[in-house]
Design a protein around this ligand. Structure first.
Ligand code: GLU
Ligand code: MG
Length: 444
């Protein structure tokens, strides 16, 4: 049973004086798209009859096959807390369907459900995600454009008065709570102007919906405080970038399938195999979890972001860390993912990688409890620790070579993703950057 019936929705819309409905979905690059309809069209929308032109959305379809349908997911019905005097605005998150009533292969949300089905075929009932998105707040100028000026000099867990972003962050948390989020933690991060808000884990589709909503709320509230919130992975050289650590677990009929009180580190065989699968495919799914040119400026030594493929229960530098709690909260924390990732695609490839480990009963390498950053390349190689890709170009090459990851995206998403990202890389590769002029202009 879902959370809401159509009748519930009609009743709430009336009681709360909702006047507009936003139908939201996420495109391949992870951007939220909106179609806003007056409430008079609600019946039509709930009958799955709302059409939009798929060819106008990046990477969706060709002109000749452009009619697509939005199927609202009733459980995602939420009223925005900040909306206008004339009446409120509510939203649904939608799946995209073809005119013949079949799900559209290029819909990232549908694709995640497809991979979840593969998980169910292996006997698991739930894939849970608890995300830890980080972001920066920059001041806006008089024209409302973002500047590079930070609004505080705070550091990790600092409080006001250094942390002037605190009021803004508190407002963000309040709005999120009004929208039904359960916020577990909210704090200043290591870099000046950097923040983190963690919310409660949920099944992967809901958690991805939450991430998308979260970004929208953070940006909207920041603007009201004269600030620009960015989820760009590495906005500033010389300080930490922004990650989005993903806490992952598999459940089987209400039991955490990663927990075994008698296992190594109290982890089950399933957990170890899942870890092995994620490590095996990590260099190849990185193009999806770290999808921008800028993502690779974060994955460098010295800034608490991973750049080597390893796991540990003790230290924080590896790609996978095992947080201390056990029992129902047993989970693995994948630390490479950044908040520029399309969460639906990121979860599809992470799940497929883990399931591949389970299907093939893979054994993970020994956990690395030393600081990997102080090891030499030879020492790393001896322990079987490989590097994550250093550029988007390298990451895309790897992605194309890995059948498991390609299948996790499906043909349509894979082809369109790679095409868009190769163009992005080529634009960066051929642009002349300020750094080059600084280095070479006087020298040559
Ligand atoms: N900002 C760090 C990163 O880029 C993570 C810091 C932390 O929360 O441990 O991943
Ligand atoms: Mg953090």
């Amino acid at each position: 049973m879902g959370k809401y019936t159509k009748e519930d929705v009609f009743r709430i819309v009336k009681e709360e004086n909702v006047k507009y409905i936003r139908l939201q979905f996420t495109d391949i690059l992870g951007t939220i798209k909106n179609v806003e309809i007056p409430v008079s069209q609600l019946q039509k929308a709930l009958d799955n009859k709302m059409m939009f032109d798929g060819s106008s959305i990046e990477g969706f379809v060709r002109i000749e096959e452009s009619d697509m349908y939005l199927y609202p997911d009733l459980d995602t019905f939420v009223i925005f807390p900040w909306t206008a005097e004339k009446g409120k605005v509510a939203r649904f998150i939608c799946d995209i369907y073809n005119p013949d009533g079949t799900p559209f292969e290029g819909c990232p949300r549908y694709n995640l459900k497809r991979v979840l089905k593969e998980m169910e075929d292996l006997g698991f009932t739930e894939f849970n995600l608890g995300p830890e998105p980080e972001f920066f707040l920059f001041k806006l100028d008089e024209k409302g454009e973002p500047t590079l000026e930070l609004n505080d000099n705070g550091g990790y867990f600092d409080l006001a008065p250094t942390d002037l972003g605190e009021n803004c962050r508190r407002d963000i948390v309040l709005e999120l709570e009004e929208m039904g989020f359960e916020i577990e933690a909210s704090h200043h991060e290591v870099a000046p102007g950097q923040h983190e808000i963690d919310f409660k884990y949920a099944n992967a589709v809901k958690a991805c919906d939450d991430i998308q909503t979260f970004k929208l709320v953070v940006k909207t509230v920041a603007r009201k405080h004269g600030l620009h919130a960015t989820f760009m992975p590495k906005p500033l050289f010389g300080v930490n970038g922004s990650g989005m650590h993903c806490n992952l677990s598999l459940f089987k009929n209400g039991e955490n399938a990663f927990f075994d009180p008698n296992g190594q580190l109290q982890l089950s065989e399933t957990a170890l195999q899942f870890i092995a699968g994620v490590l095996k495919h990590a260099p190849n799914f990185t193009a999806v979890t770290n999808p921008t040119v800028n993502s690779y400026k974060r994955l460098v030594p010295g800034y608490e972001a991973p750049c080597y493929v390893a796991w540990s229960a003790r230290n924080r530098s590896p790609l996978i860390r095992i947080p201390a709690s056990r029992g129902m909260s047993t989970r693995i924390e994948v630390r490479s993912v950044d908040p520029a990732a399309n969460p639906y695609l990121a979860m599809a490839v992470l799940l497929a990688a883990g399931l591949d480990g389970i299907k093939n009963k893979l054994t993970p390498p020994a956990p690395v409890d030393r600081n990997i950053y102080v090891m030499t390349k030879e020492e790393r190689l001896e322990e079987g620790i490989v590097d994550l890709p250093a550029t988007l170009a390298e990451a895309l090459q790897n992605l194309k070579s890995d059948e498991v990851i390609v299948n996790a995206l499906g043909k349509h998403l894979f082809e369109h993703f790679v095409e868009a990202k190769e163009i992005e890389w080529d634009m960066f590769r051929t642009a002349v950057h300020p750094w080059e002029r600084e280095q070479y202009m006087s020298l040559y």
